[in-house]
Design a protein. Structure first.
Length: 291
């Protein structure tokens, strides 16, 4: 009797990424106007209610819908040397395919066999030439971006060729070093344990020293709810081409929404949220604090 033992295969669900909006399309004046008009119409068609979180979700969906209807999502296209030279190679490949079929249909014909070899060599020679030319052109393009310190363009061009980088979770040893931890949960717990031991040392000191530290007066002005003008200034100061926050709405969208009721509605939601110390998501625009 034969017995085969197979280790259990663990399947990891792939995390779905939300596609970014095609912000580059807003460089077209007609597209900008179309977006602002669509946003204006969508905002007017919404009826507010008394619940803060539902109001914010309604506003967020209104903005996202306007973006999808005008600028759409980014379409990832992985650049490849073959795609850019598709037309040049297609004719040679078709010619080689026809020569191969003709040679197979008449195997005794030396002429057809030699013609197929010539076609095959031509495809290989042209393929190598076009591939080298494409890589040389891309190398010069990326080098020029690096020379002018265009960091965003440099990484964008590199990403178009090689695709997004993937980072796997490196395994760790347990605290006693006897076990290799591989699951994300165990690795996360081990890191928490490590930093807890590193940073949370028990210290003994004379607590009366704390009373000797001079006390500063509390500045309550920092806790005041910002005005609409302050919100506009804060949004205008945010740099473009920055990663969006958990809502997926980049800063460029809010900047264009200045001529619509968007900022006024956003400010009302933020004010209500701050008054109720509620809805942390509302206080974040991209990676920066809106309020």
């Amino acid at each position: 009797m034969k017995i085969k033992l197979r280790p259990k295969v663990k399947y990891h669900s792939k995390e779905s990424r939300v596609k970014k909006f095609n912000i580059e399309a807003l460089q077209d004046p007609k597209t900008r106007v179309a977006f602002q008009q669509r946003l204006q119409v969508n905002l007017q068609n919404k009826t507010p209610n008394h619940l803060v979180e539902e109001n914010w979700n309604q506003l967020k969906e209104t903005i996202i819908t306007a973006c999808e209807e005008t600028i759409g999502r980014k379409k990832r296209k992985h650049q490849d040397w073959f795609d850019d030279n598709d037309e040049a190679l297609k004719e040679l490949i078709d010619q080689k395919r026809k020569a191969f079929i003709s040679s197979q249909n008449d195997p005794k014909s030396a002429t057809k066999r030699e013609y197929f070899k010539k076609c095959k060599a031509a495809v290989q020679r042209t393929t190598r030439t076009l591939k080298n030319q494409w890589w040389r052109h891309k190398s010069r393009e990326i080098q020029q971006l690096a020379d002018v310190n265009d960091t965003r363009g440099f990484f964008k061009a590199t990403k178009e060729i090689y695709g997004p980088s993937t980072h796997g979770q490196a395994p760790l040893k347990s605290k006693d070093g006897a076990t290799i931890l591989k699951s994300n949960t165990e690795i996360g717990d081990r890191w928490r344990e490590h930093f807890d031991d590193l940073l949370n040392h028990k210290a003994t000191f004379d607590k009366s020293i704390l009373d000797m530290i001079p006390k500063e007066a509390k500045d309550y002005s920092l806790a005041q709810i910002p005005s609409l003008e302050e919100v506009k200034i804060a949004i205008t100061a945010i740099k473009n081409n920055k990663a969006a926050g958990s809502d997926g709405i980049p800063a460029e969208i809010y900047k264009l929404g200045e001529k619509t009721p968007l900022l006024e509605k956003r400010h009302v939601k933020a004010r209500l949220a701050l008054e109720k110390t509620y809805l942390n998501e509302l206080a974040t625009l991209g990676k920066r604090s809106l309020v």
